[in-house]
Design a protein around this ligand. Structure first.
Ligand code: BF8
Length: 625
């Protein structure tokens, strides 16, 4: 396939062309070579036991059942629920790692990190009814740790952050019996119920999938975001360059790619070490250039303005520049193919997390108690590779500068300041129609579809129609590369949104950070409900969500927690379900009838925008605005 058809990102296209000249195979090539299994793509295959695998016919879904008698609805619901459980497990395990780090910082067992944002500590504690008046940060933190541990370990009752859920939404959850208890319990029960011969009613399986997904959004992901803000600082707007042009030929280039911010935070300290900077200079470099990719990159870009080199589909391609002196990774979305591409360009690929080793990579374990041992070693390896560069360097020139770092706290401040008491100006602008509604555009890129293209088309269409767009994860990077994250991009917006952007001096899209930071969107939605005038539940709001190029199980969990929270959520690329089945009808209609949100699907980004806008208009009409 022509590189220009693989991606809308010129840098990545340039590197695909170079890789082909160099005889190096990338995910784009493997995607062409590996046609998806049509039965698996429709989720019409069950391999949950060893009497199968059983394959049903998507064209005649009720003709056959599995060996155990499982119907197409049971099979699809179980497969879908297991994707939710896996995605939720990834986010909650990440959140748990942050919580453990917080506990040991508070206990004084870890000295390399500290509480950077005491204001946020107090506000999170207050939101959970923890007394803060006249108490030390240490005492508040100890109570906060104990309270948030329940997010994981609690076997009965309601999760701590459920306190933040709008009243109307919570009433619906209670009525349906889907309030999450503890993440471990929900994920365990989900895996149990999808075992052969347990839960064999697609509606009941979906009920537990709702609860499991909610334990991610209002649990693990929210813990990851809030604790990371407390430890490393809450983002506020910062100007950042994004795309492969952030690499510097004369510097030692180090890429951090993954999801947990602690590795990256310690890298920031290591690359500033005078000894290591001198060592880089002694090796002939002008200095050390630290850049991010994927989600931890998005977090560091938001918190510290660290340049970002690209999203999921560009992680192999960037190695083809020959300019990457080391890529260090931790967890999630790290392609095994990186090892082979890194080898071709003599780039050390370093795994750092005990949970994620890759055959062919060097493993240097990152230990929160002695983090610099790992990060200094990464820098030393990079300097050594710089000194011994053997491949010609070709760095694409593209860099787009934009504004990132819009935490929900800053959105509140920017649109009215704390003195106005919350989200009043946003709600007013929605009610008066300048802003038609709000859309979250999130998720991955996927080599099965032209990289970034659907994100860009969808977002342009939404802002043209006065829909304010919130972004996270790889979607945020796609939009930044397209130059839409600068205030000047307001000229793409419709007249109402443009007026708001120009008055405030903000871009028409607001980047909120990594995928766990989708929890910021849940909090913003709750704040909009609490502000008044837009109903009493998230399902009442004129909002919608989309992941037009998703590829991961985490994205399915995110999509499902938005749906279960009341949001119409549209996915692109493919949807792992057979149409015209009872389970499909439940996800795409039935959940909304229960008072929740609903799923949507469209491969065409303009059609996707049309569906989201129609939903927003329907909600506006119901609200009488
Ligand atoms: O959590 S958007 S490709 S990097 S899964 Fe992965 Fe998807 Fe990117 Fe981050 Ni999220």
């Amino acid at each position: 396939m022509d590189p220009k058809d693989c991606t809308a990102c010129d840098s990545t296209a340039q590197m695909i062309t170079k890789a082909r000249k160099d005889g190096v195979v990338l995910a784009f090539d493997r995607a062409e070579d590996m046609k998806p299994c049509p039965i698996g793509a429709d989720s019409a295959c069950c391999k949950n036991c060893f009497m199968g695998p059983c394959r049903l016919n998507a064209r005649d879904p009720y003709k056959k059942v599995g060996v155990c008698g499982a119907t197409i609805d049971t099979i699809m619901a179980r497969n879908f629920a297991r994707a939710v459980a896996s995605g939720a497990a990834a986010h909650t395990d990440h959140g748990m790692a942050m919580l453990e780090l917080f506990r040991d910082v508070v206990n004084g067992k870890i000295l390399d990190y500290e509480i950077k944002d005491s204001f946020k500590l107090h506000s999170v504690a207050k939101s959970l009814d923890i007394e803060t008046e006249g108490r030390s940060d240490q005492d508040i933190s100890t109570d906060l740790y104990k309270e948030l541990e329940r997010t994981y370990t609690q076997v009965d009752g309601e999760m701590p952050f459920v306190k933040r859920v709008p009243k109307g939404t919570l009433e619906t959850w209670r009525k349906l019996g889907i309030v999450p208890r503890g993440a471990m319990r929900e994920i365990m029960e989900m895996m149990h119920r999808t075992h052969i011969g347990v839960d064999q009613h697609y509606e009941n399986i979906t009920k537990q999938a709702n609860r499991t997904a909610l334990s991610d959004g209002w649990g693990g992901s929210m813990v990851a975001t809030e604790i990371s803000d407390i430890l490393f600082g809450t983002p506020s707007p910062v100007e950042v360059g994004v795309n492969m042009g952030v690499l510097k030929e004369k510097m030692v280039n180090i890429i951090i790619h993954g999801h947990e911010p602690n590795l990256f935070e310690s890298m920031v300290v290591s690359v500033a070490s005078p000894t290591l900077v001198q060592a880089a200079k002694d090796a002939g470099a002008d200095g050390i250039n630290l850049v991010g990719m994927c989600c931890s990159g998005a977090e560091m870009m938001s918190r510290h303005g660290i340049p970002h080199a690209g999203n999921f589909s560009s992680t192999e391609a960037i190695l083809v520049t020959g300019a990457v002196d080391t890529m260090a990774v931790d967890i999630q979305c790290i392609k095994q193919g990186l090892a082979e591409v890194a080898k071709c360009y003599n780039t050390p690929l370093i795994t750092t997390n005990t949970r994620a080793h890759i055959e062919g990579a060097v493993h240097i374990e990152f230990n929160d108690h002695l983090p610099m041992e790992c990060t200094d070693e990464i820098v030393i390896k990079a300097i050594s590779r710089f000194k011994n560069r053997v491949h010609p360097i070709e760095i694409p020139k593209e860099v787009k500068t934009g504004i990132q770092g819009f935490s929900h706290e800053y959105v509140q401040y920017m649109l009215g300041g704390t003195f106005r008491g919350g989200y009043a100006p946003l709600n007013e602008n929605i009610i008066n129609g300048r802003i038609r509604g709000v859309a979250g555009v999130v998720g991955c890129t996927n080599p099965r579809t032209k990289q970034d293209d659907s994100h860009i088309q969808l977002v342009k269409e939404l802002i043209k129609n006065d829909v304010l767009v919130l972004l996270t994860g790889c979607a945020q990077i796609a939009i930044a590369k397209a130059g839409l994250a600068s205030p000047e991009a307001a000229h793409y917006a419709g007249p109402g949104l443009r007026e708001v952007c120009e008055t405030v001096g903000m871009p028409p899209v607001l980047g909120l950070g990594s995928c766990v930071d989708n929890s910021r969107i849940l909090i913003a939605a709750s704040a909009m409900v609490a502000q008044g005038g837009l109903g009493d539940s998230i399902a009442d709001l004129p909002v919608a969500g989309a992941a037009p190029e998703y590829m991961s199980e985490k994205a399915i969990s995110i999509g499902h927690y938005f749906v279960a929270s009341g949001v119409y959520t549209v996915f692109g690329v493919t949807f792992p379900i057979v149409e015209n089945t009872k389970f499909h009808n439940l996800l795409f209609n039935g959940l909304e009838e229960q008072g929740l949100g609903k799923w949507g699907f469209d491969k065409d980004p303009i059609e996707m925008a049309r569906k989201m806008i129609a939903h927003i208009d329907k909600k506006r009409k119901e609200l009488g605005i």
